[in-house]
Design a protein around this ligand. Structure first.
Ligand SMILES: Cc1ncc(COP(=O)(O)O)c(C=O)c1O
Length: 369
């Protein structure tokens, strides 16, 4: 058999659009030869069970549920955390569960979203953001009480401080509010801070950990919580068409991704920080501080033309099609050097030819390719 597709440099070596663009490695594909082939909908697949147990153990939770995507995992987690409407879900105005999950928060849970832009611009705090907006369940019939708070760590690559998580968690426990973590990239937070997944997870009722983003598995997310919660989550997973039959094939590749790639994340942070420092030295305005594997170049504030950015990017043979520059473990050194040139050249061009039109530039649109 010809395995060159998997032994050659990954086609994602020059792709900075997202850390989801990684491709399966030879060891992932090799793991398929020894995987189990049971039906996971019938709970008969050993590899899937092994993956679910592995992530549950890593996070110190009783049980895990392998889901096909982070969106499915977040959406069913929100649903299981809630009982009878009317109620509200409070989250950061930039949270994936609100902005990028096709409105599932309202249609699937019937919740009123309470979206808040943190006062500090980075993460929600109990004092400044949650207390002034919290809606108590006190019999007042005009409002929808806050029954769930969703945090995201990392959010746009920024780390949620553990001390603040503790405060919010205590508040939730005292006020009969559930706390969910969209931990799609909790791996990055843990790799950067040295705080274990277990410690991060202990403050939450449910945690969703993606495997197909920064870790590089081709498919999937594991939702963890207690056994009762996961039983109910499995019910909603099936209802949403999320049952996967021979999911051992996917689970085995995900296990390899955890075992081989978790330790590589810090290097991706180093690259991102180097680009961030270069931007600062040139006066290129960033939207956020660079703390893990993302650099958000503020293309509106820098007056960079979106189409010019794409043109320069294509000229250098790398894919930077928005202000969000993502780093993953398959980015090559050569592509990294080119990426630096793209950003500096786009910025220098903007100084001569400032783009004054309204920016409504999103990183998920078809124009971003
Ligand atoms: C923070 C965060 N949560 C959840 C998701 C959803 O994951 P999926 O694309 O697997 O549905 C993403 C996807 O990029 C994400 O960035």
């Amino acid at each position: 058999m010809d395995f060159s597709t998997f032994t050659n440099q990954s086609p994602a070596h020059n792709d900075f659009r997202s850390d989801t663009f990684t491709t399966p490695t030879l060891s992932m594909v090799n793991s398929l030869a020894t995987t189990s082939l049971g039906d996971a909908v019938y709970n008969e697949d050993d590899k899937t069970t092994q993956l679910e147990k592995k992530v549950a153990e890593l996070t110190g939770k009783e049980a895990g549920l392998y889901c096909v995507s982070g969106t499915l995992s977040n959406q069913i987690a929100m649903r299981v955390n809630l009982f009878q409407p009317p109620y509200s879900i409070l989250c950061d105005a930039r949270a994936h569960v609100y902005v990028h999950e096709a409105g599932g928060m309202s249609t699937l849970t019937q919740a009123m979203p309470q979206t808040i832009m943190p006062k500090n611009g980075i993460h929600l705090t109990l004092e400044d953001d949650i207390l002034p907006n919290f809606i108590p369940d006190d019999g007042e019939i005009h409002s929808a009480p806050t029954k769930l708070i969703c945090l995201e760590n990392t959010l746009h690559g920024m780390i949620f401080p553990i001390e603040e998580i503790k405060k919010i968690s205590n508040f939730c426990k005292e006020n009969d509010v559930k706390l969910h973590l969209d931990g799609a990239r909790i791996w990055n937070a843990s790799a950067e801070t040295g705080i274990s997944l277990k410690e991060y997870s202990m403050y939450f009722d449910s945690v969703s950990l993606c495997l197909s983003k920064t870790l590089g598995a081709p498919v999937g997310t594991v939702l963890v919580s207690d056994k009762k919660f996961i039983l109910k989550a499995n019910h909603f997973k099936k209802q949403n068409g999320g049952g996967i039959r021979q999911s051992g094939l996917l689970a085995s590749m995900a296990i390899v991704a955890i075992d081989e790639n978790f330790e590589k994340l810090k290097d991706t942070h180093k690259m991102a920080k180097e680009l961030g420092e270069l931007c600062e030295s040139k006066g290129i305005i960033l939207e956020h501080p660079v703390q893990t594997n993302f650099v958000f170049v503020d293309i509106a504030a820098n007056k960079i033309s979106p189409s010019k950015l794409i043109e320069i990017s294509d000229k250098y043979g790398v894919k930077i099609y928005s202000g969000r520059v993502s780093f993953h473990y398959q980015i090559s050194q050569d592509s990294f050097e080119k990426a630096k040139k793209v950003i500096v050249e786009a910025f220098d061009y903007a100084k001569e030819h400032p783009f004054e039109e309204v920016h409504n530039f999103k990183f998920y649109t078809a124009e971003n390719k």
